[in-house]
Ligand binder design. Structure first.
Ligand SMILES: Cc1cc2nc3c(=O)[nH]c(=O)nc-3n(C[C@H](O)[C@H](O)[C@H](O)COP(=O)(O)OP(=O)(O)OC[C@H]3O[C@@H](n4cnc5c(N)ncnc54)[C@H](O)[C@@H]3O)c2cc1C
Length: 319
C-alpha cells in the first residue's frame, strides 16, 4: 500500500519487477511544485523523447528532496493474464540461488521469482499456520503469466531439480497459486512478529552473488546472536535481510543496528547497492556516501542546492 507520490519518491518495486520493471520505467512526465513555489512540468506523453536533461528520471527516487510531485503521467500496460506459481524446496540457500541463475540465464521470463529462507518460512508458519515445509533451507517461488504457464513452470521446475531442488510443486490453479503468494506476502509481517521489531535491509546484489549474500547474512546473524530472516526478489538480486530484535533491550538493539550495517557493507563488497527499492531516508545516510564516493556525493549535493537552496524539502534526508 502506498501513494503514487511516495511510490515515485522511492522508485518502488515489488514482486513482479523481474518481468515488468520498477516504477521508474513507467513515469513519463511529472508536474512538480518546486521549493520556491513554482510549478514545473517535466517529461512527455509520447513513447519517445530526448528534449534536454531527463528531469523526470531525476525526480523518481529523489525521496521528496527536490520538489513535490502533484501530477504524474504514467505508462500503462494491459492487465496480464492470471499467473501460475511453482514452489521449489532446496536443501541449501546456495542451491536455490544457483537455480535462480539457471532460470534467468536460460532466457525464461518469470513474472515473479522470489526466495524465502528457512527463518522466514518458519516465521510465516508460526504466524499463519500455513504448513509450509519446515525442513527446507530455502523456498523458491516462480510464476509465469505467459500463454502457456504450465509449460514454462515445467521447464523451470526441471532447472530447479538440476540445481538440486528436493521437491518441486507446481500449483494447479489460480487459487493454489494465490495461497503460495500469500506466504511470500506474509513474510515481513511474520518476521516482525518474531521479536516485535525489525530493521529491513534492502541490499541488491548482482544475481550471480546472491548465494554469497545469503551465506554472509547467516554468518552475520550468528556473529550478532540475532534472528535475521531473508526474503528476496531473487530474480532481481534484491534481498531483504530482516533483523528481528527487541527494541526494549538496549544491547539487542545495538547488535541489530551493527548487523544491519554489516549487511550493507557485505552488499557493497559483493558489487551491490545499499538499497534496491526502499531508498536512503535517514537510516542509510552514511551508507549513501560510502556507495557513491566523495565526487558522487558532491555532485548530488550540488543538484540538491539547485532545486532547494534553502534546504526546506525533506531536510536531513539522504545526505
Ligand atoms: C513493510 C514495508 C515493506 C515494503 N516493501 C516494499 C517493496 O516490496 N518494494 C518497494 O519498492 N518498497 C517497499 N517498501 C518501501 C516503499 O518504497 C515505500 O514504503 C512506499 O513506496 C512509499 O510510499 P508511501 O506512500 O508510503 O510514501 P511515504 O513513505 O510517505 O514517502 C516515501 C518518500 O517519498 C516522498 N514523497 C511522498 N510523496 C511525495 C510527493 N507527492 N512528491 C515527492 N516526494 C514524495 C517522501 O518524502 C518520502 O521521502 C516497503 C516499506 C515497508 C515499511
Amino acid at each position: 500500500m502506498c501513494t503514487i507520490g511516495g511510490n515515485i519518491g522511492t522508485a518502488s518495486g515489488g514482486l513482479c519487477c523481474v518481468k515488468y520493471g520498477v516504477t521508474a520505467e513507467y513515469v513519463l512526465g511529472l508536474d512538480v511544485v518546486l521549493a520556491d513555489g513554482r510549478l514545473m512540468s517535466t517529461g512527455r506523453r509520447t513513447a519517445k523523447g530526448v528534449a534536454g536533461y531527463d528531469l523526470t528520471r531525476l525526480f523518481v527516487g529523489s525521496e521528496g528532496s527536490l520538489g513535490v510531485v502533484v501530477r504524474a503521467t504514467l505508462a500503462l500496460k494491459p492487465q496480464p493474464p492470471q499467473q501460475l506459481v511453482l514452489a521449489a524446496e532446496f536443501a541449501s540457500a546456495a542451491a536455490a540461488c544457483d537455480a535462480v541463475c539457471r532460470i534467468m540465464a536460460g532466457g525464461h521470463v518469470p513474472s515473479l521469482l522470489e526466495l524465502m529462507d528457512r527463518t522466514t518460512v518458519r516465521a510465516v508458519n508460526e504466524l499463519t499456520r500455513m504448513g509450509l515445509p519446515e525442513t527446507t533451507e530455502a523456498l523458491l517461488l516462480a510464476a509465469f503469466d505467459t500463454p502457456d504457464p504450465a509449460a514454462d513452470l515445467a521447464a523451470v521446475g526441471a532447472l530447479c531439480e538440476a540445481a538440486g531442488a528436493t521437491q518441486v510443486v507446481p500449483a494447479e490453479d489460480a487459487a493454489e497459486s494465490e495461497l503460495l503468494l500469500q506466504a511470500r506476502r506474509s513474510s515481513l509481517v511474520a518476521l516482525e512478529a518474531v521479536k516485535g521489531t525489525t530493521m529491513i535491509d534492502d541490499v541488491c546484489v548482482p544475481r550471480s552473488r546472491l548465494g554469497d549474500m545469503l551465506e554472509g547474512v547467516e554468518r552475520i546473524a550468528q556473529k550478532y546472536r540475532l534472528t535475521i530472516g531473508v526474503c528476496a526478489h531473487a530474480g532481481d538480486g534484491n534481498t531483504h535481510p530482516t533483523v528481528c530484535f527487541d527494541a526494549a533491550d538496549p544491547d539487542e538493539a545495538r547488535r541489530a543496528r551493527e548487523s544491519f550495517d554489516e549487511i550493507m557493507a557485505l552488499g557493497l563488497e559483493l558489487g551491490g547497492t545499499i538499497t534496491g527499492e526502499h531508498g536512503v531516508g535517514v537510516l542509510k545516510k552514511e551508507w549513501l556516501a560510502r556507495e557513491l564516493g566523495p565526487v558522487g556525493v558532491e555532485m548530488q549535493r550540488r543538484i540538491k542546492q539547485v532545486f532547494d537552496p534553502l534546504g526546506i524539502l525533506n531536510p536531513g534526508k539522504l545526505f
